[in-house]
Design a protein around this ligand. Structure first.
Ligand SMILES: [Ca+2]
Ligand SMILES: [Ca+2]
Ligand SMILES: [Ca+2]
Ligand SMILES: [Ca+2]
Length: 514
């Protein structure tokens, strides 16, 4: 039985817990586009100098080097004939069609729009936000957003301790970087490979490139080096960078096979953005590198739980049926589950009535949604069981990380097609009872809209009675309200605080209340 298995497992692991030293590592932020901005102005200068003077880089405001200001229209008209030799460059490589940077230095309060309007290196400083919310952002000259290779990153609203909540660093995405001869507009000035005598052998993919389609969580994603470089190579090397859970856990949220081969396969376990980097050493010439973002998009509402203790502790993710506000448990321990919620007992491919104590009849969580195509779940750890059923349920728990069925993996609950104005309460139960540090991501139509519990705004004292002996520690994370318009789902996330409080996490021990 689940309860017994879990309890024995916890006992067996107890001596190890004191030795566990934590595996968190700094989030590898902004590996793409370069964490150092200082070379960009120089590169733009070089490009301009090598060309006709159609584009003139000016010194970055404040010396941060992000400013890739171009001269105003007219300044470069003397050299309207293109010297760029790539056929893709075309007319855009001439002033005034080159993209202006749009910087407005010296703003008192920059607009709250996900842009670094004043080009001081921070996005939406002084803008209000709700702790835990995630917004798209672009750390580069505002005029370069969405141009060429440039892709938005994300930033998380931080609680801020004694200060008001504020937007944190804008990470990931792809920022302007020095132009290289690779078939891409790296500096996002509207002009591909604006370098003298550039004949690209490399064809790095940019946003929306058909060679880099969106993927699905848990589905193998093929990578083929010759899609990007047709020549002979001495070595191929692939690396993947994931999202917030990969900054937290020792076990990557993806697998990668063939990392040193021309063809590789990566399989993401989570939604969100994965940055893929291919490094090739050609038979002749220096190594070369392409980076791009693969968007992994589960439809509808997707809630992910990850935690650094996931190989030694058992935490469980719960989502309450919209409209229900009943206690989370009906008895005196965590395997006495109420069943008006999606959880390990009633939401996986395999139903588990025998693991409840006392045993009770279990029917699949059914909130009136249509079933979903098999492609959404046939690759998860219970994929064979879903294939036998012939459909994916919605809601659906991909897998219960209970250290027996699975270990070291995130837990995900999916509602593939939520309806307009439904509110879902999310709860994390600590079955092991020892102090744990969970993080919850919320995605709507594949876009991350909230991250709750990430350092430095993490949970403290999420510990207490094990779930086998009592209700134990429960974290009521957030209420998520879905908005559905024209087949597109967006979400409002309200992070929950203790009753009567406007800050802190709503954590209790031995209290089953909604
Ligand atoms: Ca702004
Ligand atoms: Ca700014
Ligand atoms: Ca360019
Ligand atoms: Ca280029």
């Amino acid at each position: 039985m689940r309860g017994r298995v879990r309890w024995m497992r916890a006992l067996a692991l107890a001596p190890l817990l004191g030795l566990w030293s934590g595996c968190s590592s700094p989030h590898p932020s902004a590996a793409v586009g370069g964490s150092s901005n200082t070379s960009q102005g120089g590169a733009a200068s070089a490009a301009a100098g090598a060309s006709t003077g159609a584009a003139t880089a000016t010194a970055g405001a404040g010396g941060h080097g992000l400013d890739l200001s171009l001269s105003q229209p007219g300044a470069g008209n003397a050299g309207t004939s293109s010297v760029y030799t790539t056929p893709d460059a075309g007319q855009l490589c001439q002033a005034p069609q080159l993209v202006a940077d749009g910087c407005m230095p010296g703003l008192d309060d920059e607009p709250c729009n996900g842009l670094d309007d004043d080009c001081d290196g921070t996005v939406d400083e002084n803008c209000p936000c709700k702790a835990g919310d995630v917004q798209p952002c672009f750390l580069g000259p505002p005029g370069r957003r969405g141009v060429g290779a440039c892709v938005d990153g994300t930033q998380l609203c931080r609680r801020g301790g004694e200060f008001a909540a504020h937007w944190g660093e804008c990470t990931d995405g792809i920022r302007p970087s020095p132009e290289t001869c690779d078939g891409l507009d790296n500096d996002c000035n509207g002009c591909i490979d604006d370098l003298e005598d550039c004949k690209a052998e490399w064809k790095c993919p940019g946003p929306g490139d058909p060679r880099t389609p969106d993927g699905l969580p848990l589905a193998p994603y093929p990578l083929r080096g010759h899609d990007f470089y047709e020549g002979a190579a001495k070595t191929w090397s692939w690396t993947i960078q994931g999202g917030p859970c990969d900054a937290l856990t020792a076990t990557p949220s993806f697998t990668l096979e063939g990392a040193d081969s021309e063809t590789a396969t990566f399989t993401p376990k989570l939604s969100g953005d994965y940055t893929v980097t291919l490094t090739v050493t050609p038979e002749v010439g220096p190594p070369f590198k392409c980076s791009w973002i693969v968007h992994i998009e589960g439809p509808g509402l997707r809630i992910e739980l990850c935690y650094p203790e996931s190989t030694t502790y058992d935490l469980d993710l719960y989502v309450k049926q919209p409209g229900k506000k009943t206690p989370w448990f009906t008895g005196t321990a965590q395997f006495s589950s109420a069943l008006d919620q999606c959880c390990w007992a009633n939401c996986e491919a395999n139903l588990r009535p025998g693991d409840l104590m006392p045993a009770q009849t279990v029917t699949r969580a059914d909130w009136g949604y249509a079933t979903s195509p098999l492609s959404l779940c046939e690759n998860d750890l219970q994929g064979a069981a879903w294939q036998t059923l012939g459909y994916c349920a919605s809601p659906r728990l991909d897998i219960d990380n209970n250290l027996v069925e699975a270990t070291g993996v995130p837990e995900n609950i999916n509602v593939d097609a939520p309806r307009e104005n439904e509110t879902f309460r999310v709860m994390v139960a600590n079955f092991t009872g020892a102090d744990a540090h969970p993080l919850v991501n919320v995605y709507c139509d594949g876009r991350r809209v909230a991250t709750i519990g990430a350092a430095p705004d993490g949970l403290t004292n999420f510990s207490g009675t094990p779930g086998s002996a009592g209700i134990g520690p429960l974290w009521r994370v957030a209420d998520i309200t879905t908005h559905v318009t024209g087949g597109v789902t967006s979400c409002t996330v309200d992070v929950l605080h203790p009753p009567g409080s406007t800050t802190g996490f709503d954590v209790t021990v031995d209290d089953a209340r909604y």
